[in-house]
Design a protein around this ligand. Sequence first.
Ligand code: ATP
Ligand code: MG
Length: 371
Amino acid sequence: MLTIEKILEALRQVEEPELKHNLVKLNLARNIRIFDDRIVLTLMFLSEQVAHREELVQAVKDTLKGIGASEVEVETDVLGEKEKEALAERIRQEHQAKVRSKRSGGRQALASESDAPPLLSKESKTQFISVASGKGGVGKSTVTVNLAVALAREGARVGVIDADIYGFSVPDMMGIHERPTVVDKTIYPVERFGVKVISMGFFVEENAPVIWRGPMLGKMLKNFFQEVEWGELDYMILDLPPGTGDVALDVHQMLPQSKELLVTTPHATAAFVAARAGAMAIHTEHEILGVVENMAWYECSECGHKEAVFGHGGGEKLAEELNTDLLVQIPLGAPQNGTPEDPEYSPSIYKADTATGQRYLELAREVIKRN
Ligand SMILES: Nc1ncnc2c1ncn2[C@@H]1O[C@H](COP(=O)(O)OP(=O)(O)OP(=O)(O)O)[C@@H](O)[C@H]1O
Ligand SMILES: [Mg+2]
């Protein structure tokens, strides 16, 4: 059976002739989708006019047929300027690290030796935002990914850490099928819709017992800050596990500089339990950025009538209680994003030109204003 891992392993054998590194290391093979024994993927090029275009497409097809694909469809795209610069920078840094490592008698260069200030240092200009709620299922992950994409659409440099060790969902929600690239000890995040993403799910065995996961979280989070090459970021958004348990507390203590965004539904009980999460933020001296009320209403597409399916007032009440603001209300409604075969498909990201997409842009602007 074809799996993403097998495909990536095969593509590690295919070299980009100009950059002289394999496609996986360079993260040029993206949006890999498997339909039984048919593979569809997007191959990124440095520019429209690369001489070896056809050869490289053919090499990818041949390689994947070699591992059992009956049909390989290669869509092509061109890297944006920013990404091209980032790639060049990465190769340059790697080269320097190699030189340094040679000089130091073969000792491996650590990521922390790179020039960019570590994310957690005092000089770091990155604003951390933890997305929290009192209870599960209110839309924390949905808000995390859409706020991140909206901030990127506004021109910010954004990272996301999916720290929900019990139910990592961010990669699926954003339509990410790749795994991060690891070079020596450095992990390069996966980029999607202009957002750099790292998820616990990339590193935890799918069916590892949940009981092992809690104690791993703190350690993994620390690794995420030390060993992931994030580059310069304006915002780092964390999707936290639900509730106010030990895990959430750990994260709070590890990131004293983080601000909190609280998500609730309009229902009074949801707002009540979210207040507990807010109380924890206050207790651990985290600034509360504001409240997002999700699933605020359902608007009938036929007649435009708005029905408050989950009641109303929860967001406002919570904001009042925590002495903060209700930043935005997001209505009910799943994004309409075409089919999984579309390279821009993702199950949970609202397009910028939809009503809900606009509301997330409003939220992004509020967040930018408050930082
Ligand atoms: N505004 C919305 N309209 C319709 N569906 C939504 C909306 N917000 C979230 N959902 C859906 O509700 C479900 C729960 O959302 P999500 O996973 O974001 O919540 P969560 O708080 O992160 O949950 P968990 O506590 O399990 O991590 C998902 O299936 C999501 O697609
Ligand atoms: Mg979640």
